[in-house]
Design a protein around this ligand. Structure first.
Ligand code: NOJ
Length: 762
C-alpha cells in the first residue's frame, strides 16, 4: 500500500513538472507576441488601446461616444461596448483591421442575467440557492452573447448590499459574503468556461470594485466609508472569490472609498487588487468614472486621468480622459511610459487570451446567431430557472396553489405588461416575444379556468414618478380616469371571481441603476387597490414584482398569500403560472433581509452584538438596544421562504465537540417532508464564534444544501466543519482562526434553526 502511495506521489510530482514548462511556454509565447507588437506601437496607439467607447445601443450616462469609426481607423479605440450582432461587430472589426497595426477590438456588453434568453434578475437567481443552475445561466448567456458577436461581459456584479433602498441590489446576490462568493465563482466559471479561446466563452468583468453596495443612504453612486474589519470580512470576499476563480477583468466602482474615489484609489487597485490578491487581468473604469473624478473634487480632466492611470485603472470607459490627456501627462512627467505600457499590455493580453489575434472575426458567425440564440432549449431552461427563484412569503390556509377551475380575476398594473417582465438590464430581450402575465397565465391555466382582467390602478399616483419608474421603454400606459373609478372597475371584476390574483409592486425600472427609493413599499395607489380587493372578501393572492426587498408589513398582516416573483426573465409569465397552479412547488429563499420598515435599514442577519443586546428580552426594554416604535425583528429573515409543503428538522448530531486543525467534525440532521407536496428545501448551516480578539457576527452562513423530498420522505443531511471555515480577518488583517467556543446552527432560514456547541482546540 505504502509503495503505491509513494509511486503515485512521484507520478503526480513528475506530472506537475511535466505541466509547468507548458504553461510557461504559453505565457512566454504571449509575452513575446505582445512585446513584439508593442515595440511597433506609437505612444498614441498605446493610449488608444486604453480607450473604451460605446456603440450607442445602451448608454448609462449623459455622455455618448462620438466619431467612433474614425477613431477606430486611427487606432484610438481599444474596445467597444453596447454594439451587437455579427454584422455590426464585423463592420467595426473590419475598420480596426484597416488601422496601421490591425489590432482587434474587444466587444463588451452588460450581459447580466442572460442574453436574449433573459433569466431572472441576479437577486432572484441568488434566491434559488442553486449554484449549478446559476452557473448554467451564465453558460447559456455566454453562448448566446458570443453567437451575437460579443466576447466580454460586464458581469458578475458581486457588490454585497444591505440597503434595499439602493436600486442596484437587484443586480447582485444580496447581503451575504459566503453566498455572494459562491455565486461569484460559478458565474465566472459559467462565462469563461475552461478555455477563453473557445468560440462560446467570454471574458468576465467583476464589478464594481469596490464597496459600491454600501453607498450611503442607499442613494446610487454615493460615498462609502468603511472600516477594514467590515471590508475584509464582509464586503470584499465576493470580489476576491471572482478573481480567484480567474475573472479576466475588473470594473471599478463609481464611489468614494474612505476619501479617495475608487477610480483613483491606488490602495484599492494596486495594493489590494494587484499586490495582495495577485490579479493579472485588466481594470476598466465604469461609465465616465474617470471624468467623474472632477466632480469628486480631484482636479481637471488631465489631472484625474493621470491619477486614475497611476492608481491602476487601465481602460477608460467613455470619458476619453486617457485618450485626450495621457500624452500630455507623459510629456509633463505626471505619468510614466511604464504605466502606459503596463495598461496597454494588460488589454492586449486580454485580446490574446480570447484568441482575437488569431481570428478577429471568430465571434461573427451568422449561422451560430440564428441557431443558438433563443433556442427552444434555452427558453425551456429559462422557464424552469424562473420557477426556482420565486419566494413564497406567506400562504395562509393553503390559498396557493390555485385550482384549475372557476374564475380567476387578474388585476393590477403589472398584469398586462410584457416589457416589465424580464427586469432591469434586459437590454437584449425581444419584448415582442415576451408574454404578459395575463397571456402566460391563460396559457398555463388551460381551458377549465376563466381568467378575467382589470388594470385596477396606475403604477404610482404621481404621474411624474410613474414616468421616472418606467424608463428604457418599459412603459406602463397611464389611465387618466380618477383613481376611484379604476379601482371600482377592478372590484367589480373581482367580485365575480373565485379568487383574485393581484399583480402589484415595482415596475422593472424601479430597481437597477439610478433607481434608489426611500419608500420601498408597494406604491400608494396600488396599496389602495389591494385594500379594496381584500374588502370583497375573495381570497387574494399578491403576486409581487420587486427588484429589492420591500416593506410588506401591512400586506403580511392582511393578504392571505404572497408570492414574490422578482423579475423573472423572458419566460417569467409562464413560470409564474407554473408555480401559482402548483405544477412547480416554490423553493426560493430570500438572500436579503426584508425589514418591517425603512427606519430599520441597514438590517441584516449577520450583525454584531452590542454591549446591550436585546436578545430574548421583550420589546420594548429600556436601556437595551432596540427602538421605541418597532421591534428589532425583520419582517422576513435572510434565508426565508415557504413551500406548498412543510419540512421538519431533526436535532443536530455532532461527531465530536472538539475540532482540531486539519480535522473535520460532522454535523448531521434529518429533514422530513411533512406535507402533501413534493418539494425542495435549502438546508442552511450557520456558525457563531463566541469569544475572540475581535467581535464576530451573531451568525454567519457557512454552507447550504438544496435537497428535494417526496411527501413523507426523510433525508439525512451532513455538513462538515473544518478549522479553515472559522477563519476571519483579525484587527491586524491576518486571516486566522482562534481557539475557543463556537455554536453551529442548522435550519430552514437564518432565524429558525437548531443549534449545537463545539470548541476549536489548538
Ligand atoms: C454603468 C454601470 O454602473 C455598470 O454596471 C455598467 O456595466 C456600465 N454602466 C456600462 O453599461
Amino acid at each position: 500500500m505504502k509503495r503505491i502511495i509513494i509511486v503515485l506521489a512521484i507520478a503526480s510530482t513528475l506530472s506537475a513538472f511535466a505541466q509547468k514548462p507548458k504553461t510557461t511556454t504559453e505565457k512566454q509565447k504571449m509575452d513575446a507576441f505582445i512585446s513584439n507588437l508593442m515595440s511597433k506601437m506609437t505612444v498614441d496607439e498605446k493610449i488608444g488601446q486604453l480607450n473604451l467607447v460605446t456603440g450607442g445601443e445602451a448608454t448609462t450616462g449623459a455622455a455618448v461616444s462620438t466619431g467612433v469609426e474614425s477613431k477606430i481607423a486611427k487606432g484610438n479605440v481599444g474596445g467597444i461596448f453596447s454594439l451587437t450582432t455579427p454584422q455590426k461587430i464585423r463592420k467595426a472589426q473590419e475598420i480596426a483591421m484597416r488601422s496601421r497595426l490591425k489590432i482587434p477590438l474587444i466587444f463588451g456588453q452588460d450581459v447580466i442575467h442572460g442574453y436574449k434568453t433573459t433569466f431572472p434578475i441576479p437577486l432572484a437567481l441568488a434566491a434559488s440557492w442553486d449554484l449549478p443552475m446559476i452557473e448554467k445561466t451564465a453558460r447559456v448567456a455566454a453562448t448566446e452573447a458570443t453567437a451575437d458577436g460579443l466576447n466580454w461581459t460586464f458581469s458578475p456584479m458581486v457588490d454585497l448590499a444591505r440597503d434595499p433602498r439602493w436600486g442596484r441590489v437587484a443586480e447582485g446576490s444580496g447581503e451575504d459574503p459566503y453566498l455572494g462568493a459562491e455565486i461569484a465563482k460559478v458565474m465566472v466559471k459559467g462565462y469563461q468556461g475552461n478555455d477563453l479561446k473557445a468560440v462560446n466563452t467570454m471574458m468576465a468583468c467583476v464589478k464594481h470594485l469596490a464597496l459600491y453596495g454600501a453607498a450611503e443612504a442607499g442613494r446610487d453612486y454615493n460615498t462609502t466609508d468603511m472600516s477594514f474589519d467590515r471590508m475584509y470580512n464582509e464586503y470584499l470576499p465576493p470580489y476576491k472569490a471572482a478573481i480567484d476563480a480567474g475573472a479576466g477583468s475588473v470594473m471599478v466602482s463609481f464611489n468614494d472609498i474612505n476619501g479617495v474615489p475608487a477610480t483613483a484609489n491606488k490602495w484599492l487597485l494596486t495594493d489590494l487588487l494587484r499586490k495582495e490578491w495577485g490579479f493579472k487581468g485588466f481594470v476598466a473604469s465604469d461609465y465616465t468614472g474617470v471624468s467623474e473624478l472632477i466632480a469628486h473634487g480631484l482636479g481637471d480632466l488631465k489631472t484625474v486621468s493621470g491619477l486614475a492611470l497611476k492608481a491602476g485603472t487601465d481602460m477608460d470607459m467613455v470619458s476619453e480622459g486617457f485618450l485626450t490627456t495621457l500624452k500630455q501627462n507623459l510629456n509633463e512627467g505626471k505619468v510614466t511610459i511604464a504605466q502606459i505600457n503596463m495598461a496597454c499590455r494588460l488589454i492586449l493580453e486580454a485580446k490574446y487570451k480570447l484568441g482575437l489575434f488569431d481570428d478577429p472575426f471568430k465571434y461573427c458567425n451568422d449561422e451560430r446567431a440564428a441557431k443558438e440564440i433563443l433556442s427552444q432549449e434555452n427558453l425551456k431552461f429559462a422557464r424552469e430557472a424562473a420557477t426556482k427563484t420565486f419566494v413564497l412569503l406567506k400562504n395562509d390556509q393553503q390559498t396557493l396553489p390555485l385550482q384549475r377551475k372557476g374564475t380567476i380575476a387578474l388585476v393590477g398594473p403589472l398584469a398586462n405588461t410584457a416589457s416589465n417582465m424580464p427586469g432591469t438590464w434586459s437590454v437584449n430581450a425581444d419584448m415582442s416575444k415576451v408574454p404578459t402575465l395575463l397571456q402566460g397565465l391563460k396559457e398555463v391555466a388551460g381551458n377549465n379556468v376563466k381568467i378575467t382582467y382589470a388594470l385596477g390602478s396606475n403604477l404610482i399616483g404621481d404621474p411624474n414618478q410613474q414616468i421616472w419608474g418606467t424608463a428604457h421603454g418599459r412603459d406602463i400606459p397611464r389611465d387618466n380616469r380618477p383613481e376611484s373609478e379604476i379601482i371600482a372597475e377592478a372590484v367589480k371584476v373581482a367580485e365575480k371571481a373565485d379568487v383574485v390574483v393581484a399583480a402589484l409592486g415595482e415596475a422593472s425600472e424601479m430597481s437597477g441603476e439610478s433607481s434608489s427609493r426611500t419608500d420601498i413599499g408597494i406604491p400608494d395607489t396600488q396599496r389602495r387597490l389591494l385594500a379594496a380587493l381584500l374588502q370583497t372578501g375573495k381570497p387574494v393572492v399578491l403576486v409581487l414584482f420587486a427588484g429589492r426587498p420591500m416593506t410588506l408589513t401591512w400586506e403580511q398582516q392582511n393578504v392571505p398569500a404572497i408570492l414574490n416573483v422578482w423579475f423573472g426573465g423572458v419566460e417569467a409569465a409562464k413560470a409564474i403560472g407554473d408555480v401559482l397552479f402548483g405544477d412547480v412547488n416554490p423553493s426560493g429563499k430570500i438572500t436579503m433581509t426584508f425589514p418591517q420598515n425603512v427606519g430599520q435599514i441597514p438590517l441584516y442577519y449577520a450583525h454584531k452584538n452590542t454591549g446591550r443586546p436585546l436578545g430574548d428580552r421583550k420589546w420594548f426594554t429600556r436601556f437595551w438596544s432596540n427602538y421605541l416604535d418597532v421591534s428589532n425583528d425583520p419582517l422576513y429573515p435572510f434565508g426565508y421562504g415557504l413551500s406548498y409543503t412543510t419540512f421538519t428538522y431533526g436535532d443536530i448530531k455532532i461527531s465530536s465537540n472538539n475540532l482540531k486543525p486539519g480535522q473535520k467534525i460532522k454535523l448531521t440532521t434529518t429533514v422530513t417532508n411533512s406535507g402533501k407536496y413534493a418539494g425542495e428545501e435549502v438546508v442552511q448551516l450557520y456558525v457563531r464564534d463566541l469569544v475572540g480578539t475581535s467581535t464576530r457576527p451573531v451568525k454567519e452562513l457557512k454552507g447550504f444544501q438544496k435537497i428535494s423530498l417526496q411527501p413523507g420522505e426523510t433525508k439525512t443531511v451532513t455538513f462538515e466543519i473544518g478549522e479553515e471555515m472559522l477563519r476571519f480577518y483579525n484587527s491586524q488583517l491576518k486571516y486566522v482562526s482562534e481557539a475557543g467556543d463556537f455554536k453551529a446552527f442548522i435550519g430552514t432560514n437564518s432565524r429558525d434553526v437548531k443549534e449545537v456547541d463545539f470548541k476549536l482546540v489548538k
